[in-house]
Write a protein that binds this ligand. Structure first.
Ligand SMILES: NC(=O)c1ccc[n+]([C@@H]2O[C@H](COP(=O)([O-])OP(=O)(O)OC[C@H]3O[C@@H](n4cnc5c(N)ncnc54)[C@H](O)[C@@H]3O)[C@@H](O)[C@H]2O)c1
Length: 444
């Protein structure tokens, strides 16, 4: 099938590459000419494991191409995926200007009927609005909502081995075509569990928000529980195991931390709150989920200032991890931004290491913080280590060497990746989230 993917970001590029890899002919198009020039030179503008190989193979075999000519891509594709950003507007509601710009361009330029598929996360009712815009040009296009559930860092395996593929449309013909489009992925999915779930457009749009809102709710629940554990002397990690083994609850998404970030949870929770308000059905749980998350980003700074005092001007902190989660270079809404800004405002000096997010971090802080190429180099002489992203490579450090490198054996672990007993035995002062602190003998 001839597919054009409009918007070549984290979702559009992965969607285009994976659909090409399943045999379709795909053109990925973007208004960002620099991004397209890079892709045409074989440079992948984002970090996503496995993506480079996939793009290289499919461009070499002529199934995948890149262009900045949106009109041409619209004309050449029979199925047009819209995968542009839907960032939060000033009131938290999703800003749909990019989506509607694309739809207006399709409406104005397409000379034959298309299947127009929304991959972007859009509020309930957007499909209807897209239909209204398209109906102005006299050609009967079909509208489909096909929300994306991939996770950055595991995007290719999520796309090619999905739990479910949600397709919302009121057109039987479009549904049939979409199922044919995904059939190679369903057939080849290693888990064999991929199934297409058919529904109307509004339900498909709602499904995406409901999934992210539910996951964000679990995180804020655990973060609030961790805060209470800290107050009453309970250990949230033990409680986490104690509840997670109940199959009705399950183990996933129970890690407390420094708040959720990224380009999806914060904006989707806020968009859902805005939709509730708009329809006079306030989503009170999500208002609390969002408020708890905002507060959680300050928990590590509170621990740091209560340990050292408010004036941090004589302190240097080594930071391990800047991206909002491991295996991605994405810094959008990363809790590290709020934490580092707060520490800088207290006068602290920051020396940071992240395996892949440094370039994006530099565009945020420039030379207001320092960066190192190796994680151990960030430690040299620092007053403490702060763990802000749970990259695998941080999980089993050589603690003796870490102690030697640091100016003081103090760790603030925002992701609970170390065992307090191990840290105690290694002579560290160790703070984590929702667990009793470990105070090394010299500090006790
Ligand atoms: N990133 C994720 O993990 C993820 C997961 C699921 C769903 N989503 C949703 O997918 C959508 C895209 O997210 P993303 O992270 O890929 O965004 P992104 O910012 O990485 O990419 C969006 C791209 O669209 C391009 N664009 C904007 N206007 C355009 C236009 N008129 N024509 C062509 N290109 C245009 C931008 O230049 C950019 O390259 C969002 O709605 C997001 O909520 C994202």
């Amino acid at each position: 099938m001839r597919i054009s993917v409009i918007g070549t970001g984290y979702v559009g590029l992965v969607t285009g590459a994976c659909l090409a890899d399943s045999g379709h002919s795909v053109c990925c198009v973007d208004i960002d000419e620099a991004k397209i020039a890079k892709l045409n030179d074989g440079i992948i503008p984002i970090y996503e494991p496995g993506l480079e190989d996939l793009v290289e193979r499919n461009t070499r075999e002529n199934r995948l191409s890149f262009s900045s000519n949106v009109t041409e891509a619209i004309e050449s594709g029979a199925i047009l995926f819209i995968a542009v950003g839907t960032p939060p507007g000033p009131d938290g509601a999703a800003d749909l200007s990019h989506v509607f710009n694309v739809v207006r361009t399709i409406s104005a330029t397409a000379t034959s009927p298309k299947i127009i598929v929304t991959k972007s996360t859009v509020p309930i009712g957007t499909g209807e609005k897209i239909r209204e815009i398209l109906d102005t040009n006299g050609i009967r296009h079909e509208v489909v909502s096909n929300p994306e559930f991939l996770k950055e860092g595991a995007a290719i395996s999520d796309f090619t081995n999905p739990d479910r593929i949600v397709i919302g449309t009121n057109s039987a013909q479009a549904m049939k075509t979409m199922k044919r489009l995904y059939q190679p992925i369903v057939d080849a999915a290693p888990s064999r569990r991929a199934s297409v779930i058919e529904m109307d457009i509004a339900s498909a749009e709602m499904t995406k928000y409901a999934a992210n809102a539910m996951l964000a709710t679990r995180i804020s629940f655990m973060n609030e529980l961790a805060r209470l554990c800290g107050k009453v002397g309970a250990d949230v990690k033990l409680v986490q195991n104690g509840i997670g083994l109940d199959p009705r609850i399950g183990q996933r998404f129970l890690n407390p931390g420094i708040g959720y970030g990224g380009s999806c949870f914060p904006k989707d929770v806020q968009a859902m709150i805005a939709t509730g308000r708009e329809h006079d059905s306030p989503f009170q749980i999500l208002e609390a989920v969002h408020a708890v998350n905002e507060r959680q980003k300050s928990v590590l700074v509170e621990l740091i200032t209560s340990y050292y005092g408010d004036d941090l001007s004589n302190h240097t902190f080594a930071v391990w991890g800047l991206a909002f989660k491991p295996n991605t270079d994405d810094m959008r809404e990363a809790p590290s931004i709020v934490i580092i800004e707060a520490l800088l405002s207290h006068g602290a000096r920051i020396v940071a290491f992240d395996p892949v997010a440094q370039a994006n971090a530099e565009s945020i802080w420039g030379d207001r913080i320092s960066y190192t190429n190796l994680n151990k180099d960030a430690l040299k002489g620092a007053d403490a280590l702060l763990v802000l992203t749970e990259w695998k490579e941080f999980r089993v450090p050589n603690l003796a060497r870490m102690k030697d490198e640091l100016g003081a054996a103090v760790v603030f672990d925002g992701r609970n990746i170390y065992d307090p007993d191990v840290m105690r035995k290694a002579g560290f002062t160790y703070f984590s989230i929702g667990r009793p602190p470990v105070l090394a003998d010299t500090d006790a």
